[in-house]
Unconditional design. Structure first.
Length: 354
């Protein structure tokens, strides 16, 4: 068996994964690797074990026919039910409608692609259909790549220890830490106890500035909460100026550099960023932008909130990488124009009766 054709791409992916996994491309490459390995396996079996491959193909086709409708239906139900539950519990804010809207959009799209067909004899509508379907397909591929990349970035090296744990703020109510933020702090405290020893001291960094409706900076409130949970002040660093994730990480990096200089420590510490599980990947992308080499850890979030928040994170990542995606949309638009020209002036004239 040609193991080399398996080992080389897997090793290349693992090398890329180890060097820099904080990118949506890691999810896309994982998709491509999976497709390549499946195709290679089928080709090999077809050449050497035709009966086996025939059986496998029949089973796969049967599973696809049986499971895809069920999977799509469950996917739609999850988005719609979680969206309705979120709206009931969190209120009718615009961003709370994301998962419900996305679920309804999938229903509309499935109906459209199965029951609406634009013939080539209507070149303008045909090119518009091509533009819409290609754009949606592109967005779906990006979303799947984002979801895979977000999942892959949840895994940490189990043998690695950390010197600094950055806990990102998410807003307080007056001077009180709400449940969402408390889950982040609790996760940071649990990780502190995992990695902190007498021979290897770890410091917790609580980062967040003061909003207009807050009685004190988030970093201060978070540190107070951690101290009430038994964390000593000597193991805490407070950042109290940041107003967004970018500043959370930038200002925390500056405080880490200052602490390293004061403690006369090596300037390449292992850093762990803690936030809610849906926010881990985007926070790592911001960390990459500010030059913070770190891993991520996420605290658990209720499912009905998580699924809507994940869509918000996807939109946030699209905005972060808007230049690339705008270029892709322009390319798709130009391709649609080419399809229109080719269909109207080169395809249809040959099909028309003389």
């Amino acid at each position: 068996m040609p193991f080399l054709f398996y080992i080389v791409p897997i090793l290349l992916f693992l090398i890329f994964f180890m060097i820099e996994r904080r990118t949506v491309w890691i999810g896309f490459f994982f998709l491509m690797l999976t497709g390549y390995l499946l195709t290679l396996t089928i080709v090999y079996l077809e050449f050497f074990h035709q009966k086996i491959v025939l059986t496998i193909v029949v089973i796969l086709v049967a599973l696809i026919i049986l499971l895809i409708p069920l999977y799509v239906l469950s996917f739609i139900i999850a988005f719609i039910t979680s969206g309705i539950r979120l709206i009931k519990r969190e209120g009718r804010k615009l961003h709370n409608f994301l998962s419900l809207t996305f679920g309804l959009f999938i229903i509309a799209w499935v109906i459209a692609i199965n029951f609406i067909s634009i013939p080539e004899e209507l070149p303008f509508l045909y090119s518009v259909s091509f533009l819409v379907s290609t754009t949606i397909t592109y967005m779906m591929v990006v979303m799947i790549s984002f979801a895979i990349a977000a999942l892959l970035n949840q895994f940490r090296n189990p043998w690695k220890t950390y010197d600094y744990i950055i806990v990102l703020g998410s807003g307080i109510i007056g001077d009180r830490v709400p449940p969402l933020l408390a889950s982040r702090i609790d996760k940071g405290i649990a990780l502190f106890h995992t990695f902190h020893t007498q021979d290897h001291p770890v410091k917790l960094i609580f980062t967040g500035g003061q909003g207009g409706d807050e009685l004190l900076p988030e970093g201060v409130a978070m540190a107070k909460y951690a101290q009430e949970k038994g964390i000593e002040e000597a193991h805490i660093i407070i950042e109290d100026k940041a107003v967004n994730t970018y500043e959370n990480l930038l200002f925390s990096k500056q405080l880490i550099d200052q602490d390293l200089e004061k403690e006369n420590k090596p300037n390449k510490p292992n850093i762990l960023t803690v936030t809610n599980n849906f926010h881990v990947f985007r926070s790592l992308l911001w960390a990459k932008k500010v030059g913070v080499r770190c891993d991520g850890a996420g605290s658990k979030t209720k499912f009905y909130f998580w699924i809507n928040a994940l869509i918000r994170e996807f939109i946030g990542v699209l905005y972060m990488q808007r230049t690339f995606h705008i270029a892709m949309f322009i390319l798709i638009f130009i391709t649609a124009i080419v399809v229109y020209i080719m269909t109207k002036f080169y395809v249809l004239p040959f099909k028309m009766p003389t």
